[in-house]
Ligand binder design. Structure first.
Ligand SMILES: Cc1cc2nc3c(=O)[nH]c(=O)nc-3n(C[C@H](O)[C@H](O)[C@H](O)COP(=O)(O)O)c2cc1C
Length: 337
């Protein structure tokens, strides 16, 4: 029994565990959140939503925060520049069912930082604090997701995190890479360890969580109170159930076999097509499907075919075909997923 899977409080919310699904623009939607929750994630952040677009009340923006199947706590991530706009968007999110709000102060994309949002919000501590205060007026717990700084010459996670907490943040999500690092190099777990010791509120660790063992290691090495899994869950929602088992009772399962992953991939494809329609799904699902078959010997051919398939029936039949060829190969590659 390792006992790292624990309940945790974020503001007035009592969560029955501490393994969360991180937000990933281009990947996260209500289907991936539902898959994650179904596999045992306790909370799944929505994709980042523009505060400005939300207050313009565009239908598409509101649809990004649609509650997923089985989603008890709707955790809406907002990004923006003006604290007042973020505050107004927070109220709207609350009126539309949000239970928790997260401020994105970590997105490295130039289009976002160029407007002073995302990682650029984390650079201007006074504005960050004001944004947290304004968002707090919506009456929901607010979490803030930050990076370690802008670049190696501007490491400011400590000031940013303390200011956010003083302004009312109930937890800090920490991805300890700089904006300049983007998603490359290693995340600085030493910074995560120091932050976890320093802050009076829970720190949710992020960065390089690519397996259940890596999650266990992060808890063990940094003392963070919760984790959020990001790239490790792409095409691999089973990582949540496997992680929970490892954290709860030390059981280390072998990775899911390809047939199991293809079964989830088919479910994902069908659910996405029902939710978003065939056309949009055919366009957006391929990166997920590539994730489901990642790392298999001889996956290259199937990946190539998936990438060139143009509609849902073609994608589904490739996933079925993949299954059959995997079954034929089973003697050799039973546990290569
Ligand atoms: C494609 C992609 C999109 C992301 N989008 C967001 C986002 O919208 N909001 C956010 O807070 N983090 C976002 N992240 C950061 C992740 O949530 C996570 O903090 C980061 O990937 C580090 O974890 P990892 O090394 O385990 O992937 C994104 C990451 C990736 C790879």
């Amino acid at each position: 029994m390792t006992g790292y899977f624990r309940s945790i409080e974020i503001g007035n919310l009592q969560l029955e565990g501490n393994v969360f699904a991180a937000s990933m623009a281009g990947y996260t939607d209500c289907i991936t959140r539902s898959l994650a929750l179904n596999e045992g994630a306790i909370l799944a952040y929505t994709v980042m939503i523009s505060a400005e677009a939300l207050i313009r009340n565009s239908g598409r923006t509101l649809s990004m925060m649609k509650r997923a199947d089985g989603e008890e706590i709707l955790a809406v991530q907002l990004f923006g520049t003006s604290p007042q706009t973020l505050g107004r968007a927070a109220v709207l999110a609350a009126q539309n069912g949000a239970d928790l709000l997260d401020l994105n102060a970590g997105c490295p994309v130039s289009k976002v930082t160029g407007k002073g949002a995302g990682a650029a919000m984390g650079r201007v501590i006074g504005r960050l604090a004001l944004a947290v205060e304004e968002m707090g007026k919506a009456g929901l717990p607010v979490t803030v997701k930050i990076r370690s700084g802008w670049d190696d010459g501007e490491i400011n996670w400590s000031e940013a995190a303390h200011a956010a907490v003083e302004a009312g943040a109930s937890a800090i999500g920490f991805h300890p890479r700089t904006r300049r690092q983007g998603y490359g190099g290693r995340a600085d777990w030493t910074a995560l360890k120091i932050m976890s010791r320093e802050l009076p509120v829970p720190v949710i660790g992020s960065g390089d969580l690519d397996s259940p063992v890596s999650v266990l290691r992060m808890f063990n090495e940094t003392g963070c109170r919760a984790v959020m899994i990001a790239r490790g869950a792409i095409g691999n929602p089973g990582i949540y159930s496997q992680t929970r088992k490892l954290l709860t009772n030390g059981i280390q399962e072998t990775p899911q076999i390809p047939e199991e992953r293809l079964k989830i991939a088919r479910f994902h494809l069908k659910a996405a097509a029902e939710e978003f329609g065939d056309k949009r799904t055919a366009r957006e699902i391929k990166k997920h499907l590539a994730g489901y078959i990642k790392g298999w010997p001889s996956a290259a051919e199937l990946r190539r075919k998936l990438m060139t398939a143009s509609d849902i029936p073609a994608l589904m039949s490739l996933l079925n075909e993949g299954n059959q060829s995997r079954v034929r190969l089973r003697g050799n590659v039973q546990r290569d997923g």
